[in-house]
Ligand binder design. Structure first.
Ligand code: EAX
Length: 323
């Protein structure tokens, strides 16, 4: 009887595992409609279709499994398989990521795509393996802009002493110190802190002001475009190594297609966003003194955060490539 039970049980388990789909847990911190979710939903659609349902994706959004730092830790351990994570918090796991977040490095979207989709971008993705990540590709948050609730900002003089929330990243903290602000690192989300005046301002791409309704609580926006902010679309290396080559290829290709889709989608919507934010009452400075901002961060490449030889070498290559 006992034997029969074991046979029946193992048959059940065998058929259960043989025919059940693989479930990928994917983590993002933002809510549906946000850049990270648009990539993730497109990826889910493509991979479920292309694998004929054998690979399925469960998206955990709105920080339901933690901050970006906590999602990355779970990906390292293999408890979460994938994530679409902003460059900022990523740089504590691998300092090479600081190279992409170097202020004013890319002049436009085309240049960002060309570099990140090329050999220099590959070097960054490859480097992530040493901290337990399989870097798949880059999608985008976008060029970051400053908003605040105290004063119109045109030059760096205007931000003196402003309390600006920055991402959990030593580099972003340094950038805002160099620009003369009073930076406070904190993880996403930050609406309540802005609303209650714990911080005067923040910096993010245009879609954030729309999707998170920052126009309700931030009066001034300056199109500083100080940092191009990509997401790194990653998988757990531990998990990746257990996949068959065909599965790896399908996941890699589907994520890249999703990233290209989302970057275009984000850029197409940007013109209307400026219009909408003005209608909602934001006062927008479209022509700040970028040269003055740039001058403040010119020496950043010499700070300790870029000292590691591998990081310094890639930064110099990148600075040369964007000339
Ligand atoms: O996309 O924390 C941040 O400021 C990020 O840009 C966030 O993921 C919103």
């Amino acid at each position: 009887m006992k034997k029969l039970f074991i046979i029946v049980l193992s048959l059940f388990l065998f058929s259960g595992t043989a025919f059940s789909a693989m479930i990928i847990k994917l983590g993002v911190v933002t809510k549906p409609g946000s850049a990270q979710n648009i990539v993730s939903e497109k990826f889910k659609e493509l991979i479920e279709q292309r694998s004929k349902g054998e690979i399925q994706v469960k998206i955990f959004h709105s920080s339901s499994i933690g901050t970006e730092t906590e999602i990355l830790q779970q990906i390292q351990m293999g408890a979460v398989q994938m994530g679409v994570i902003t460059g900022g918090p990523f740089d504590t796991f691998d300092p090479i990521v600081r190279v992409i977040n170097y202020p004013f490095i890319f002049k436009d979207n085309d240049q960002a795509d060309k570099i990140l989709d090329g050999p220099l971008g590959d070097e960054i993705l490859k480097s992530l393996e040493s901290s337990g990540f399989k870097g798949l590709c880059f999608s985008e948050n976008g060029f970051r802009n400053l908003t605040n609730n105290k004063t119109a900002v045109k030059t760096p003089e205007d931000i003196k002493g402003l309390k600006i929330r920055v991402m959990s990243s030593a580099l972003h903290n340094e950038i805002w110190k160099a620009l003369g602000a009073n930076p406070t690192p904190m993880p996403w989300p930050i609406y309540t802190e802005l609303e209650q005046g714990v911080i005067d301002g923040q910096e993010n791409p245009l879609w954030v002001m729309e999707v998170y309704k920052f126009y309700e609580i931030q009066k001034y926006m300056t199109l500083t475009r100080h940092v191009y902010s990509p997401h790194i679309d990653v998988a757990s290396l531990k998990w990746w190594q257990t996949l068959k080559p065909e599965q790896q290829e399908m996941i890699q290709k589907s994520m890249k297609d999703a990233a290209v889709f989302q970057r275009n989608d984000n850029r197409l919507k940007d013109a209307d966003r400026i219009k909408l934010l003005k209608e909602k009452g934001m006062q927008i400075e479209a022509n700040p003194d970028i040269d003055a901002f740039r001058a403040k961060v010119l020496n950043l490449k010499n700070i300790d955060l870029y000292k590691e030889p591998k990081v310094q070498a890639l930064l110099l290559k990148m600075l040369d490539a964007v000339k």
